[in-house]
Write a protein that binds this ligand. Structure first.
Ligand SMILES: [Fe+2]
Ligand SMILES: [Fe+2]
Length: 267
């Protein structure tokens, strides 16, 4: 799998409700963006902490590409989050809570389990990214720049989806460590996703709006309903023989690489 580092910038006048004017759907993706700067720094650190365990030169090269991709994602999500801040969302407080949580994880867990946490979260970013690429309806009606940003991130998450996992294996990571970290991450991550959604909607004054929650629920679970498609890939991770490369996203990646190259050329 080629891991291509694309130094793209996503500048434009982006409307607050950039997903076709749909408030709760826009804030769902905004809420994910708030995780990324601290989250991806954690990913980078946990992978680099095991560099000495990696003897395969190809994996070492992939690690460097992984770090470069995640660092650029961090840069663009910091800019994304600055726009959210300008729209009046409590981004600083939310980012601080993510940093605090990851600091606690770093203090409590030994390095290899921290890498297990990264593997679990990288599985989420890869399968969610694959979902975004597989079903164009997920970003249907979205602002063009924002759609390009999310597709860019989705492509690169899929390109490097095996890297943390292979480093974890090289570091002697075991199946029980992998399964238990995935279980813990699943509980905490989805609780945090809900918290972010509630906080952003509270800032919008829509946290008590059944209409807004229904609109989000329909988008996530009915039409296009991407969340329901996560269930199979999620449980696949618990198979002892699982490897991220078995999830063939290559044809999708080729399609969107071309679209992204066109976006880059037009920028
Ligand atoms: Fe990323
Ligand atoms: Fe990643």
């Amino acid at each position: 799998m080629t891991i291509e580092v694309r130094n793209l910038r996503f500048d434009a006048l982006i409307p607050k409700y950039w997903h076709g004017g749909r408030r709760s759907v826009s804030t769902f993706l905004d809420g994910l963006s708030i995780f990324f700067p601290a989250g991806e720094r954690f990913f980078i650190n946990s992978v680099l902490a095991h560099e000495k365990c990696v003897k395969d030169p190809e994996l070492l090269a992939q690690m460097r590409a992984f770090v470069a991709q995640e660092a650029l994602h961090t840069r663009e999500h910091l800019r994304y989050n600055a726009r959210l801040r300008a729209h009046g969302y409590p981004v600083d407080a939310m980012e601080r809570r993510v940093i605090k949580l990851l600091d606690r994880v770093t203090r409590i867990l030994p390095p290899r389990l921290q890498l297990g946490v990264t593997c679990a979260l990288e599985h989420f970013t890869a399968v969610m990214g694959q979902m975004v690429l597989a079903d164009p309806r997920i970003l249907d009606g979205a602002d063009e720049t924002m759609a390009a940003l999310w597709r860019w991130h989705s492509i690169e998450e899929n390109e490097h989806r095996s890297v943390a996992f292979d480093v974890f294996k090289a570091a002697g990571g075991t199946y029980p460590e992998r399964a238990i970290t995935m279980f813990g991450v699943s509980v905490v991550f989805w609780a945090k996703v809900f918290e972010h959604q509630a906080r952003l909607m509270h800032a919008d004054g829509t946290s008590a709006s059944p209409k807004e929650w229904a609109d989000l629920g329909i988008h996530l679970f009915v039409t296009p309903g991407g969340m329901t498609k996560l269930i199979g890939p999620y449980f696949a991770y618990y198979r002892p023989s699982f490897h991220p490369s078995e999830r063939g996203a290559e044809p999708l990646l080729d399609t969107y690489r071309t679209a992204l190259a066109n976006f880059e050329a037009a920028a």
